[in-house]
Design a protein around this ligand. Structure first.
Ligand SMILES: C[S@@+](CC[C@H](N)C(=O)[O-])C[C@H]1O[C@@H](n2cnc3c(N)ncnc32)[C@H](O)[C@@H]1O
Length: 467
């Protein structure tokens, strides 16, 4: 996103990355594993998660990452300069001095073309959470243990919902929120709904806060999704009139239409020139990948491209279909825009003409991903497949794992979990069948063999098999 917006941050492979309030390093450790030539530093106030993270790092033998316990209020320039600074789940959950120190530290430590990623709960969606939090805390008054407080709070929310008329829109909204809360772990609910500190920030207030520390709004961590009101022409026109050319005000107004409750904002130094027109020369610095599979379309001559989540796009544009077919064959690998450019031009999608806008449109629709680096992914499924040691370690713990693409793959099935643990690069297919039969003796070998092929296909497509 920073490159698209005209910046030249350090190459991912040679960058220094800091994560403030890194917890147990669940975000940082897989990055350090996937990018061994970069350097990663993380700290958190809490001892226990940091110790867990340090143990993981020791088990993986990683030498390019350091986690330590520290208070952000005491962190200073001694940490050195960083190309990327991350603070997820901190800004809205910490008292004012900590919030202020976070932005001050970003200002002190961020390299010239560096990028800071800060997530925070925002308005107006943040008000909805405030309402439910207040009710939960009221319902939990007088209850001792935190665990029981969560239960009592949730029970009270259900009671409130059920006391309201069945067709009440407020009840529907609350039920929706309750579903969100109940889908999360007890620990997460305890932190998010019962903790004292909760300061959702208005977008403009956050940006002004950053400005006081010499930082400016670059963009969000991703392009707005295809249904975002910013793409609706009459809405866009009306908002532009109201905002009178002030991009930040426009974003703030849009947050009302979005009922936005959460942002992942990227900041950079105030003196950087930010481009909002996605210049072609910046696009040429990226690679493209597509997780969409091609199949015959419904309309004659059309091809359908289907994302793993089921979203499909049909096209009969020869340039677009040829591009997406090539990318589907390459997945999970990406192809450099500069390499695709001649073929795009031949198909009438020259980047200097319509091609760049097409690529952005495909990225908005999530049909393609733009990447700034190449993860160390396997080319195909090799004779003795090896899944990343980091994902094997994580998978054994939780039935889900961070992939080399830094996405999360979920595989709760016991056989898939066991198979993942076996993929250390020493076993060929027959060794895998033998080892799986030992663990699942009642399963016929032919079915196990089929399951192994399916599992390998899944791990390969998820970006877990390494070169
Ligand atoms: C909601 S958790 C987020 C953890 C992690 N970033 C994640 O996304 O899983 C908030 C974290 O902020 C840490 N924290 C709170 N105040 C801090 C401070 N003053 N200095 C460093 N870390 C702090 C807490 O210990 C906790 O791990």
């Amino acid at each position: 996103m920073a490159i698209l917006h005209g910046l030249s941050p350090a190459a991912v492979e040679s960058s220094r990355v800091l994560e403030v309030a890194c917890g147990d390093g669940a975000n940082l450790v897989p990055m350090a594993y996937a990018v061994p030539s970069a350097e990663f530093v993380g700290f958190d106030l809490a001892h226990a998660p940091v110790e867990r993270g340090q143990q993981r790092i020791g088990e993986l033998g990683l030498r390019n990452i350091r986690l330590f316990q520290a208070d952000l209020l005491a962190a200073d320039r001694e940490l050195g300069q960083f190309d990327f600074i991350i603070a997820h789940g901190l800004y809205a959950w910490a008292p004012e001095p900590v919030r202020d120190r976070l932005l001050a530290l970003c200002s002190e430590l961020l390299a010239g073309h560096g990028v800071a990623f800060i997530s925070y709960n925002t308005m107006p969606g943040g008000h909805v959470r405030t309402m439910l939090r207040e009710m939960m805390q009221l319902g939990a008054e007088g209850v001792d243990s935190l665990e029981e407080q969560v239960r009592a709070g949730l029970q009270f929310l259900h009671f409130v919902c059920e006391a309201r008329p069945a067709d009440d829109p407020l009840r529907a909204m609350m039920e929706n929120q309750l579903q969100r809360i109940e889908n999360r772990s007890l620990a997460a609910t305890r932190h998010d709904e019962m903790s004292e500190c909760y300061h959702p920030a208005r977008f403009l207030d956050f940006v002004h806060h950053a400005r006081r520390h010499g930082l400016q709004y670059l963009c969000e961590s991703g392009l707005p999704g295809p249904n975002d009101p910013c793409y609706r022409e009459p809405v866009q026109k009306a908002l532009e009139e109201m905002a009178e050319g002030d991009l930040l005000k426009l974003e703030q107004l849009l947050d009302c239409l979005r009922m936005r409750g959460y942002r992942e904002t990227l900041l950079c130094r105030a003196e950087r020139a930010v481009r909002r027109d996605f210049p072609v020369e910046q696009l040429r610095r990226l690679s493209i990948a597509s997780p969409a599979a091609a199949e015959p379309g419904k309309a004659p001559g059309a091809t359908a491209f289907v994302l793993p989540g089921g979203i499909r796009m049909e096209s009969n544009h020869p340039g677009v279909t040829a591009l997406l077919r090539e990318l589907a064959d390459a997945w999970p690998h990406a192809i450099a825009v500069s390499k695709l450019e001649p073929r795009l031009a031949e198909a009438g999608l020259g980047l200097e003409q319509d091609g760049a806008a097409w690529l952005i449109r495909l990225a908005i629709a999530k049909m393609i991903e733009l990447r700034a680096w190449s993860p160390p992914l396997a080319h195909g499924i090799t004779e003795r497949p090896r899944a990343s040691a980091c994902s094997r370690q994580e998978g054994a713990m939780r039935g889900r794992a961070t992939t080399l693409l830094h996405t999360t793959a979920v595989f709760e099935d016991a056989k898939a979990r066991h198979l993942l643990g076996l993929l250390d690069g020493t076993r060929d297919r027959s060794d895998l069948i033998t080892a799986m039969s030992r663990e699942f003796p009642d399963e016929p070998p032919a079915e196990l063999a089929e399951g192994i092929e399916r599992g390998l296909g899944f791990f390969q497509a998820a970006g877990m098999l390494e070169s």
